[in-house]
Ligand binder design. Structure first.
Ligand SMILES: Nc1nc2c(ncn2[C@@H]2O[C@H](COP(=O)(O)OP(=O)(O)OP(=O)(O)O)[C@@H](O)[C@H]2O)c(=O)[nH]1
Length: 874
C-alpha cells in the first residue's frame, strides 16, 4: 500500500528518484470520455465518488484540505481556523468554521502520470484516478444535506476524533451510510492531541458502529508519546513523517530496518498483521486460501493479496469489516495512505448497485438498468415496440443532487449521471416538474473554481449552470427528439430516481419584506433558497398574509436567514426562531358544503365542494373502490370520493353528468390537493398547521360543477369547505395542540451521568429509554443484519501511557468513561440544551437529536405553552 508519495526510504530500500515536490502539470487534463468504448469503461473504473462523513469537528475539512494539497490541486494548505479552506467557501461557513453546504470537488490521485507497464498486480493506487469528493456537513441540522450527498456516493471515509472516539453524530451518519449500502473506510484523526486513545477508539468502532475494525495502520508514537508516523500493517513498513513539514517528506522503513530503528513497533506490527489476516480470513474465503498457500505464515502473504481481500470485505453488503487508518491531518500525518486506500479499497461507479426508480410516482418498483434494458414494460399510451424505442431514445438519466445559488456564476445544479452521457446543449426533461430546460453549459467543479466540459458520462458528477427550475432531488433525462412541451412519450416522462424523504420541519421564522416594493425580490430569494434546500419549507398564512420559513433546527434556520439576507440580498425582516407546533381536531365535523365564486376580468367562475374532517386513526382509512387517496404533509390523508364517476371522470349513469372536457380528472384532483393543503396550513384555534386529520371531499358533478367551473376554482371551493369543516369540528370539541418530540442520544462521562439523567427526566419532562451504547442502537440501527461484534476479540496496539492491549473491555473504562443516554424529550425542552449539557459535563457532553413524532400535549402543558406564547407576543 506504500506507494509513490513516500519520498525517502531508509537504508537498503532507499529509493533514488522518489522525491516528489513538484505539482502535477495540470489537474484540468482529465479525459472525459462520453462514448461506451473500452476507454470510457476504463475511465469509469478509475473514478471514485466519495464522501467524508463524521461528527462535527472531527476534522473533515482539515483532512480534505490536505487531500487537495497532496493531489496538487491546491498550492497551499488551507486552515479551517483561519477561514482559508477551499471547500468551506461560503462566508457563513468561513465565519463559523463549519461546513454547511457540501462542496463537490474533483481531483486526481495519485498525482502524476500512469506507470508505463501495468500488470494485474499493479496497485490501483499507483495509477491516477479521478476522485469526485463531496465534503458533507457534520451538524445534525444538516442531515438532509448528508443524505442528499450519500445518495450519489459510491464510498465514504468516516473520520473519527481520536480523543473523543465514536461520537453520537458518527453513529448516526454511519447508520445512514449503511442504509444506502455505502462501503466505508475509517480514519482515526487527531492522534497528535493529548489524550488521544487509538486503542479505545478502535474498540468503540466495534462496540458502537457494529463493524469489525481491520487495522491497516498502527500509530508510531515517540518516547514522549507524540505521534510521529505510522506502521503500515499491509505493506509491513514503518513510515516516519518529517516533523513540522508539509507532510510530503516521509521516510519509509522496511520491516528489517524497522527492527533496528524501533523494535517495539516492529514487534507490534507483526501482531497487527496476524490480527489482520485472522480477521480477513473470517470474512473472506480467498484469504483463507492465500493463508494456506503461504504455509500459514501471516507475514508471508503479499500486500497485494491483503489489499484484494480488504477490498472484497469492504464491498460486502452488509459491510462487516471496515478498514481503519490513522493519523493527524492537522500535523499532515497519514493523509496520503488514506488517499491510496480510497483508490485501492472503495468501489468505482461500475461496482455499485443499480439505483432504484419509480414510474408514475408509484412506490419504487424497479431499478434503472432493468427499466432501460427491459422492453417488456408497457403503458396504455404505447405499444411494446414504441415503448422499446422510447427507452432506447433516452441518452442520459441524471439526478440533480444539489442546487447552489453562486454569487458569481448564478444557479449551479450538481448532477450525477446514472446512465448514458449528458451532452452540452442537450434539452433536459425534468420528470418531477414535467418541463424541459437546456443544458447550455456543463462544468466540472474544483470547489469554487470551474472548468467547462462537453459531456458528463454515467458514473460522473458534474454541474449544469443556468437552469431556471430544477431543484435538489429532481430526476433529469435527456431524450432524443422529445417534444419540449410534453416531454418524452409514455412512462419515460414520469421515471424518477428514488427521492429522499424530508423529515417534518420543527422550527420556523416569519419573513416580512421591509417594504412593499421588496415583496417580489424576497419571494424570489425564498424560491431560490428552497431550490437549494428542500428541507426548508415556505408557507403563507392566507389570513395574516405572513410568510413562514420552516426548517429542521435552529442552526438550519440561522444559516437560511444569513443566506437570504447576506448572500441573496433579500431586504426582509426575519422574526425570531420559534417551535413549529401543530394542531389536531378531536371530533368529526360532519359534511359541510361551500360555494366559491371568482371574478377575473369580468368573467365569473364558480364551484361548490362538500367536505368532512375527522381525527385520523390509522384504522379509519378504508381504501374504497373509486376513491382517490392522497397522503398530505403532517400525517393528513385526503380521500376524494367520486361516487358517480368512473376512473376517467365520465359518469356511471347516463342520466347523471360526468366531468366536462374542460375539467380533466387529474387536474381536478391536483387542485383539490392544493386547496386542501392550503386549508390545513392554519388550524382553527391556534393557527398552527393541522396534523393527523382524515379529510374527505365528495365530488358530485351534478351538485359541485357549473358550466363556468375551472379546476382552480374547484380547489378554492375545497379550501373553503375544509376550513369550514375544521371550524365546525373545533366548535363541537376543542382542538389539541401537538408538539415535536425528539429522539435524543446524549454522550456523557460516567461522573455526569446522574445529573444529566435527572435533568432530562425531571426538569425537561423527558422519558429516558436507555443508559448505554448497546441499547441506544435501537435509535440508530447500524447493521441490522450485520455482525454482532465481540469487542474482546478486537486487536488493538497499546496506547502510550494507557497501557491498554487487545484484550481490554469497552465498558465504561475503555470508552473513556463515556455513556450514551437515549431519551424522548419534547423539542421545547431541548432548545439551548447544548450549553446546559456542557455546563453539566464540564464541556465533554455531546448530543444528537431527530424528530421522533408529533404528540398531543396534555391540557396543562398546552395552557403553559399558550400562555408563554401570548406573553411573548405582548
Ligand atoms: N490537533 C489536531 N487538531 C485538528 C486535527 N484535525 C482537525 N483539527 C482541528 O479541529 C477543528 C475542526 O476541524 P475541521 O476540519 O473544521 O472539522 P470538520 O469535521 O470539517 O467540522 P465541520 O465542518 O464543522 O463538521 C479545527 O480547529 C481543526 O484545526 C488534527 O489532526 N489534530
Amino acid at each position: 500500500m506504500l506507494s509513490r508519495w513516500v519520498c525517502r526510504q531508509h537504508g537498503a530500500a532507499r529509493a533514488k528518484s522518489a522525491l516528489r515536490t513538484s505539482l502535477p502539470s495540470s489537474y484540468r487534463h482529465y479525459a472525459v470520455v462520453s462514448d461506451g468504448s473500452p476507454a470510457a469503461k476504463a475511465a469509469l473504473e478509475r473514478t471514485r465518488n466519495i464522501g467524508i462523513i463524521a461528527h462535527i469537528d472531527a476534522g473533515k475539512t482539515t483532512t480534505t484540505e490536505r487531500m487537495l494539497y497532496y493531489s496538487g490541486f491546491s498550492r497551499r494548505i488551507g486552515d479551517v481556523d483561519e477561514g482559508s479552506t477551499v471547500t468551506d467557501f461560503l462566508p457563513a461557513e468561513r465565519a463559523r468554521g463549519i461546513t454547511i453546504q457540501s462542496a463537490a470537488i474533483t481531483f486526481s490521485w495519485p498525482p502524476g502520470s500512469a506507470p508505463q507497464n501495468t500488470t494485474p498486480n499493479t496497485p490501483k493506487s499507483s495509477i491516477p484516478h479521478n476522485i469526485n469528493l463531496i465534503d458533507t456537513p457534520g451538524h445534525a441540522d444538516f442531515t438532509f444535506e448528508v443524505l442528499r450527498s450519500l445518495r450519489v456516493l459510491d464510498g465514504a471515509v468516516c473520520i473519527l476524533d481520536g480523543v473523543a472516539g465514536v461520537e453520537a453524530q458518527t453513529e448516526k451518519v454511519w447508520a445512514q451510510a449503511a442504509a444506502y449500502a455505502i462501503p466505508r473506510l475509517i480514519f482515526v484523526n487527531k492522534l497528535d492531541r493529548d489524550g488521544a486513545a487509538f486503542a479505545r477508539t478502535v474498540k468503540e468502532i466495534g462496540a458502537r458502529l457494529d463493524v469489525w475494525p481491520a487495522l491497516c495502520e498502527i500509530p508510531w508514537w515517540n518516547e514522549e508519546g507524540k505521534l510521529v508516523g505510522l506502521g503500515d500493517v499491509v505493506g509491513m513498513k514503518g513510515m516516519l513523517w518529517k516533523q513540522g513539514g508539509d507532510g510530503k517528506e516521509i521516510t519509509a522503513f522496511a520491516a528489517s530496518d524497522l527492527e533496528k530503528q524501533n523494535p517495539a513497533l516492529a514487534a507490534e506490527l507483526k501482531k497487527a498483521r496476524v490480527a489482520l489476516v485472522e480477521l480477513l480470513s473470517e470474512h473472506d474465503d480467498e484469504m483463507v486460501e492465500k493463508y494456506l498457500e503461504a504455509d500459514e505464515d501471516h507475514l508471508a502473504i503479499t500486500a497485494h493479496d491483503i489489499i484484494a481481500s480488504l477490498r472484497r470485505c469492504t464491498l460486502q453488503f452488509p459491510q462487516q469489516v471496515a478498514p481503519v487508518f490513522a493519523g493527524a491531518s492537522f500535523r499532515n500525518i497519514g493523509v496520503q495512505p488514506l488517499l491510496d486506500a480510497v483508490v485501492d479499497l472503495l468501489p468505482s461507479p461500475v461496482e455499485r448497485p443499480d439505483p432504484v426508480m419509480s414510474i408514475n410516482s408509484a412506490t419504487p418498483q424497479t431499478t434503472l438498468a432493468t427499466f432501460l434494458s427491459d422492453a417488456a414494460w408497457q403503458t396504455k399510451a404505447l405499444s411494446k415496440d414504441k415503448a422499446s424505442t422510447a427507452v432506447q431514445n433516452i441518452s442520459a438519466c441524471a439526478l440533480a443532487f444539489k442546487v447552489v445559488a453562486d454569487a458569481r456564476r448564478g444557479v449551479l445544479v450538481y448532477v450525477r449521471v446514472y446512465s448514458g452521457s449528458l451532452s452540452r446543449n442537450a434539452a433536459i426533461w425534468n420528470t418531477n416538474l414535467q418541463l424541459t430546460e437546456r443544458a447550455q453549459k456543463l462544468m466540472r467543479m474544483y470547489a469554487n473554481d470551474a472548468v467547462d466540459i462537453d459531456s458528463i458520462q454515467a458514473g460522473q458528477i458534474g454541474v449544469i449552470p443556468g437552469l431556471k427550475h430544477t431543484r435538489t432531488g429532481d430526476t433529469l433525462i435527456s431524450y432524443a427528439g422529445a417534444n419540449p412541451k410534453t416531454g418524452p412519450p409514455g412512462d419515460v416522462r414520469t421515471m424518477q430516481l428514488k427521492p429522499i424523504e424530508v423529515p417534518p420541519p420543527v422550527f420556523f421564522v416569519s419573513v416580512e419584506p421591509q417594504s412593499l416594493s421588496e415583496e417580489r425580490t424576497v419571494k424570489e430569494s425564498l424560491e431560490s433558497l428552497l431550490r437549494e434546500d428542500p428541507s426548508l419549507h415556505v408557507s403563507v398564512d392566507e389570513e395574516s398574509g405572513q410568510t413562514h420559513l420552516a426548517g429542521m433546527g435552529e442552526l438550519h434556520l440561522e444559516i437560511a436567514r444569513d443566506r437570504l439576507v447576506q448572500d441573496l440580498k433579500a431586504k426582509a425582516r426575519i422574526g425570531r426562531i420559534e417551535i413549529g407546533y401543530r394542531e389536531a381536531i378531536t371530533t368529526e365535523s360532519g359534511e359541510t358544503t361551500e360555494t366559491y365564486d371568482r371574478e377575473v376580468s369580468g368573467k365569473t367562475s364558480s364551484a361548490a365542494c362538500t367536505a368532512n374532517v375527522a381525527p385520523l386513526e390509522d384504522s379509519d382509512v378504508v381504501d374504497t373502490e373509486g376513491d382517490h387517496i392522497f397522503r398530505l404533509a403532517d400525517n393528513n390523508i385526503l380521500t376524494v370520493a367520486t361516487p358517480t364517476l368512473k376512473e376517467d371522470g365520465s359518469s356511471f349513469n347516463e342520466e347523471l353528468p360526468g366531468l366536462p372536457a374542460s375539467l380533466p380528472i387529474q387536474s381536478v384532483l391536483q387542485s383539490f390537493q392544493t386547496g386542501v393543503s392550503a386549508a390545513l396550513a392554519r388550524g382553527p384555534t391556534h393557527t398552527f398547521p393541522v396534523h393527523s386529520t382524515a379529510i374527505k371531499i365528495i365530488l358530485n358533478p351534478q351538485e359541485h360543477v357549473f358550466p363556468n367551473t375551472t379546476p382552480a376554482v374547484l380547489g378554492s371551493a375545497a379550501r373553503l369547505a375544509v376550513q369550514k369543516a375544521l371550524r365546525a369540528s373545533a366548535s363541537l370539541s376543542p382542538t389539541a395542540m401537538m408538539e415535536p418530540v425528539m429522539n435524543v442520544a446524549i454522550a456523557v462521562d460516567e461522573q455526569s451521568l446522574g445529573s444529566v439523567v435527572h435533568d432530562i427526566s425531571s426538569a425537561r419532562g423527558g422519558n429516558v429509554l436507555s443508559l448505554d451504547a448497546s441499547e441506544a442502537e435501537s435509535l440508530t440501527p447500524t447493521n441490522a443484519d450485520g455482525p454482532s461484534v465481540d469487542v474482546k476479540r478486537i486487536y488493538t496496539p497499546p496506547d502510550p501511557f494507557h497501557g491498554s492491549s487487545g484484550t481490554e473491555d469497552v465498558g465504561t473504562e475503555a470508552s473513556g468513561g463515556m455513556r450514551t443516554v437515549t431519551a424522548r424529550v419534547p423539542l421545547k425542552e431541548m432548545v439551548g440544551y447544548l450549553k446546559h449539557l456542557r455546563s453539566l459535563t464540564g464541556g465533554r457532553g455531546t448530543f444528537t437529536m431527530a424528530v421522533d413524532r408529533f404528540e398531543k400535549m396534555g391540557s396543562q402543558r398546552m395552557k403553559e405553552v399558550v400562555k408563554e406564547m401570548r406573553g411573548d407576543y405582548e
